[in-house]
Design a protein around this ligand. Sequence first.
Ligand SMILES: [Mn+2]
Length: 431
Amino acid sequence: MLRRIDASVINDENEKLKSHLDADYAALADKLARDNIDIETITAKAGEFQVAVPSWGTGTGGTRFARFPGTGEPRNIWEKLEDCAVINEMSGCTDSVSPHFPWDVVSDFSELKEKADAYGLKWVSVNSNTFQDQKGQEYSYKYGSLSNTKKESRDLAIQHNLDVIEYGKQLGAKSLTVWVGDGSNHPGQSHFQRAFERYLASMEEVYKGLPDDWEMHIEHKMFEPAFYSTIIQDWGSNLLAAMHLGPKCKSLVDLGHHAPNTNIEMIVSRLIQFKKLGGFHFNDSKYGDDDLDSGSLHPYQQFLIFNELVDAEYRGQEGFGPAYMLDQSHNVTDPAESLINSAIEVQRSYVKALLVNREALYGYQEDNDALMASLELKNVFNLDISPILAMARYRKGAPINPLGVYRAAGYREGMAKQRPQDPNATGSGIV
Ligand SMILES: [Mn+2]
């Protein structure tokens, strides 16, 4: 397999840390064994866990005030793919890439697929972009895309989504993620029901273009760019749209797209129950933002979400199989470092959720023993399971200390030389 960072760099660094890892792993194995948990079963599941990287996340993001580009940033999808390969080599748990169109359009998709294959990367959910006008676009999205009052703009947005499906078919993707910024900034500006009717009618046309084995995922977002109302503002509108459109349409949960203090894990449970959970965009949020690194602020919330996901897995819930993806914007860090770290934090939440004694928890719930139920979750959350994650990586040839190896390899410094800044580069976006 084609590599971006030489395996010998990883092996040399791993050699220095292996004896410490062995000791920590053995201690954790003993501790878990006291609760009748076999660490090897958990480590094997940790090794199977994967979360996709968004192509646009490999570039430095920005705000509506300014963007401060980093050095050695990828300038096109080929270079984004290179960085995604590095992120996978370091994290050992990001074997797929989610592209965004038209940013990532190429003239020959088979060539792009071949390149990804060589790196051992798959393409997952394809994303459409009708939240900005493209150069020379005949009908504007200024007042909306799929819900625009003008048919010409709606038709353009529909056709773009159908084009994105065609790109995805060539890459081997199996789902389309649709997020639109359509909404209003003034009370009275938009007729809520008519706008939603137009959106649904447009989405029906997109739905018709889905191959039989594809899914369409709708992403909701509370606000921004519209600041008064947004067409798919919350999970309620999202679910209504997904139910209206049909069984191949499901809801996607972006952790940063809810009002502060929203009980996201309960929303996840509801979507699981009604077979409408399509996938996730993982990130973290403090105020109204949706772009902080996963688990950087609310690791317990992320764990509680995975508690619901692992519970569904444990119960063998019908129709359950969400797609996991990161969606962040990196303004003050090296995007590759943030994505490596975030992927591992998401994996950490998954692994911790595996350690919950489900039958004991169900028992506490039946007995209305609120404190013991709560402690069943909290005690697991408080465990440091880092040795499991590090061992899972080590066994697949990834680093025990990913960020240490990434820095030791001097990847970004090398890219700064190879990739001089292109003032016309496109590709970083906040979704
Ligand atoms: Mn998102």
